[in-house]
Design a protein around this ligand. Sequence first.
Ligand code: UDP
Ligand code: MG
Length: 136
Amino acid sequence: MNNLERTLSIIKPDAVERNLSEKIKSIFLKNNLLVKDTKKLHISKDEAAEFYKVHQSKPFYDQLCSYLSSGPIEVMILEGENAVLKNRELMGATDPKNAKDGTIRKLFGVSIDKNSVHGSDSVDNAKNEINFFFNK
Ligand code: UDP
Ligand code: MG
């Protein structure tokens, strides 16, 4: 292993609701991202606002926080070689319409907000986001 990393993945309410968690996890495993810890939870809007505070100035912030708190989510720690970038590649573009074939958002995303998954976008943010949900 040259660059072992950890990143945070969230299976968003639209995907949990459609029972896609196992299918999404199998994509991670097939691509050598190990699921090191996982939990299902239903966060409050205040917790979503804290989690997504980097987006607080964006026009979609309020809707985003309402959405992430609208139903159960599954959060997990993924570990593997270049895990942060690899997870972002497996997820695909933010808007499922622009996501490449075979990516999670292309396969399962419904719209730019209901795009099935979240993934940390840097090693530093991954540490903060893992700490947010797992305190480690
Ligand atoms: N989002 C949205 N409308 C937009 C842009 C983003 O609803 O115009 C939502 C979308 O669900 C996205 C999340 O806000 O996943 C965070 O946005 P970001 O730019 O960080 O995209 P991501 O890192 O999730 O690809
Ligand atoms: Mg992001």
